[in-house]
Design a protein around this ligand. Structure first.
Ligand code: CTP
Length: 398
């Protein structure tokens, strides 16, 4: 079930720490390798000797002793996942603030793996606005939270705040590892949304792109373990936690952000609807109407971001573009594949109902640089994102 998975268990000071011994036993029985870090106060609730016996490994609780220094970076890098259970109110607040006053916090801050927490505290502490705010804050860092249970608490009160039961935590981990982490350690950048090309301080040229396709792709890549950066034009959609976002407005700003990020990128996906033209002479003052019946705005070409990235792409990097067509779809998509030196072009036709801007669904055909073509049914943008990522991954495995 968890065979060969390396689990770093952090235990903080809570009465629920007594359940950690059972948790370690379950993890070991499921085939995991377990190393345990305790905060100094956790050692008052559960004995390190118990945990080292059950985990068949040393336990760690101090950054250094007189003779040795615990290598927090290596502990963080060793793990496939870091599980903090129980997570006390105090350790939660340190995670939200980035405080580093013990070994557990040093490992948390330097870890590069997924971090999941199982909070445990009394009902009133759990419901306090600062605790709830801290939980939301650590979720925005990409950490996952196993919900607290409802029931009898150490105070004698009954309510929310109980740490999830060890069996429940075990099931969470099994499910987590069942999802394919096939983009682990990969860096993905995704452009999304429209660009706004400024006319004057109150007007712009834009388009109807919602950014939904790019966000679905970002979420899917993150779920598969990638480090994801979304370079996003003006949109009103919610961006999932754990996706770093660079907000831009114009095509020029998007171009600059893409070129800054691309050298460190493994996979670049261009789903933004970039304006092809910008206003040649932007006005710093609001343009007033005159008595004339027409008004001419001179436009000039924007740089083609995808094409400029395709031109500098290295052999280990994959570049994926989109094409939104209304006619000669296949010929146009194949032309874009070549002219932009992309590895894939994802075609969506405006002739298909439910495809394109604003919809929650899309219907795509993927063209790859080896000449393969794959058509898909109309699906939700979330399901389309899975199809696109599966196609990319299968391509790299051939
Ligand atoms: N693209 C880009 N920078 C631009 C224009 C487009 O990165 N300045 C990217 C889009 O994000 C998309 C692909 O290029 O991945 C679309 O190609 P494009 O030639 O712009 O498509 P259309 O605008 O539909 O082209 P055309 O006007 O020729 O139909």
């Amino acid at each position: 079930m968890l065979k060969g998975k390396k689990i770093l268990l952090g235990i903080s000071g809570s009465i629920a720490a007594y359940k950690s011994a059972m948790l370690v036993r379950l993890l070991i029985k499921a085939g995991a390798e377990v190393k345990v870090i305790l905060t100094p106060s956790a050692t008052q609730f559960v004995a390190p000797l118990t945990l080292s016996t059950l985990s068949k490994n040393d336990t760690y609780s101090a950054l250094s002793t007189d003779e040795t220094w615990s290598n927090h970076v290596m502990l963080g890098r060793w793990a496939d996942i870091m599980l903090i259970a129980p997570l006390s109110c105090n350790t939660l607040s340190k995670m939200a603030a980035g405080a580093c006053d013990n070994l557990l916090m040093a490992v948390y801050l330097s870890s590069i793996c997924k971090v999941v927490v199982a909070p445990a505290m009394d009902e009133d502490m759990w419901l306090h606005p600062s605790t709830q705010k801290n939980i939301e804050t650590i979720k925005t860092f990409g950490n996952e939270v196993i919900p607290v249970g409802n029931g009898e608490l150490a105070s004698g009160l009954t309510g929310p705040g109980r740490m999830a039961e060890p069996e429940h935590i075990l099931q969470w981990l099994i499910q987590y590892f069942e999802i394919n982490q096939d983009l682990l350690h990969k860096k993905v950048m995704i452009t999304a949304g429209p660009t706004y090309e400024k006319i004057d301080p109150v007007r712009f040229i834009g388009n109807y792109s919602s950014g939904k396709m790019g966000i679905a792709l970002a979420d899917e890549c993150k779920r598969r373990g990638a480090t994801v950066t979304l370079i996003c034009g003006p949109i009103s959609q919610h961006i999932p936690a754990g996706v770093e976002t660079i907000h831009v407005e114009s095509a020029d700003e998007m171009y600059a952000a893409c070129h800054q990020l691309f050298p460190q990128t493994d996979i670049a996906i261009f789903s933004a609807a970039v304006a092809d033209f910008k206003v040649k002479q932007q006005s710093n003052e609001k343009i007033k109407k005159t008595d004339t019946q027409s008004f001419v705005l001179e436009l000039e070409r924007n740089k083609d971001i995808l094409q400029s990235i395709g031109a500098i792409k290295q052999a280990h990097q994959l570049v994926i573009g989109f094409a939104l067509e209304t006619q000669n779809e296949t010929a146009n998509a194949q032309e874009k594949l070549k002219s932009k030196n992309a590895d894939f072009i994802v075609l969506n036709s405006l002739n298909d109902k439910g495809a394109g801007f604003g919809h929650d669904t899309n219907k795509i055909t993927i063209f790859d640089k080896n000449g393969d073509v794959k058509a898909f049914e109309q699906k939700s943008k979330v399901a389309v994102a899975k199809d696109i990522i599966n196609t990319i991954i299968n391509f790299t495995h051939v």
